[in-house]
Design a protein around this ligand. Structure first.
Ligand SMILES: NC(=O)c1ccc[n+]([C@@H]2O[C@H](COP(=O)([O-])OP(=O)(O)OC[C@H]3O[C@@H](n4cnc5c(N)ncnc54)[C@H](OP(=O)(O)O)[C@@H]3O)[C@@H](O)[C@H]2O)c1
Length: 258
């Protein structure tokens, strides 16, 4: 049986991805900080779908935590066929006023751990000649983002890094997919303290389950970049053709306070 490792599996998109993998009969390694939530999900998925799930509670913003996850999977003799780097947080507000510790945590999580996990688990995939990686970026990856400047920049990193290694691996049977959700119902909005933002007040914001299903299908098809929703796709793709100042003004307006 194959195994998928999912970071940020305790809530939101990651939790829904775990459910999909379990439905397909794929074993799981669930990674996030909340031990209780991971244990609850592990028991539920094992009972409902007859798979084996492992919970690794860890803070991925701590240096070398990615290495600890890798060593833990090795000590449990787990081969990772699917790596889903989904854990991520946002920090909202004007850059001059935001908290540096929160921003550093975000950079460590969104960039450093994601990159190190990819490096560590890619080695085994290379040896076996097969595997799939999905890195979760955002539509924020396609443009600069006033009021969430560092978050948008971390997601641009995720997109460019993932596309580049996907290209390096194009002649192999290893695929790298970047999932780019737009605003999605999950714990993200609260964690990023975005209550004041207009962004999540729009109608028709999709559920985490819908976005997870879309990402799973794109990854299984080996798609390089998967932007959820036609409006998000249009907006993301248009940023290259629109004057930069207009892109900045629109981003600030969309994210602005009510
Ligand atoms: N929701 C949106 O509107 C949206 C839009 C575009 C992109 N995304 C991206 O989608 C991904 C998933 O987010 P989500 O929307 O599902 O939000 P979420 O419900 O807040 O989930 C975030 C997950 O990351 C985990 N996490 C947070 N900090 C962590 C840390 N230091 N170490 C380990 N795990 C940590 C959380 O678990 P614990 O708290 O238990 O650690 C949780 O499982 C993120 O990369 C996010 O940037 C979200």
């Amino acid at each position: 049986m194959e195994t998928a490792l999912i970071t940020g599996a305790s809530t939101g998109i990651g939790k829904e991805l775990a459910r999909i993998f379990a439905q397909k009969g794929i074993n799981l390694v669930l990674v996030a900080r909340s031990q209780e939530k991971l244990q609850g999900l592990k028991s539920e998925l094992e009972k409902d779908f007859g798979i084996n799930a492992h919970a690794i509670p860890i803070d991925l913003s701590v240096p070398q935590s990615a290495l600890r996850v890798f060593e833990e999977t090795n000590s449990r003799n787990l081969q990772i066929d699917y790596l889903i780097n989904n854990a991520g947080v946002g920090v909202y507000g004007e850059f001059y006023a935001t908290d540096w510790e929160k921003e550093l945590t975000m950079i460590n999580l969104n960039i450093t751990s994601l990159t190190q996990l990819t490096k560590l688990f890619l080695e085994g995939m290379k040896q076996r000649g097969t595997g799939r990686i999905m890195n979760v970026a955002s539509v924020a990856a396609f443009q600069p983002g006033p009021l969430m400047s560092v978050y948008f920049a971390t997601k641009a990193y995720v997109l460019h890094f993932s596309e580049a290694i996907g290209y390096e691996l194009r002649k192999s049977r290893i695929t790298v997919t970047t999932l780019c959700p737009g605003p999605t119902r999950s714990g993200f909005e609260n964690a990023a303290s975005m209550k004041a933002s207009k962004l999540f007040k729009q109608k028709g914001i999709p559920s985490s389950a819908e976005v997870a299903r879309f990402g799973y299908n794109a990854m299984m098809k080996g798609k390089s970049v998967a932007i959820h929703g036609w409006k998000n796709s249009l907006l993301a793709r248009s940023t290259g053709f629109v004057p930069r100042k207009l892109v900045l003004a629109i981003a600030e307006k969309i994210q602005g306070r009510e």
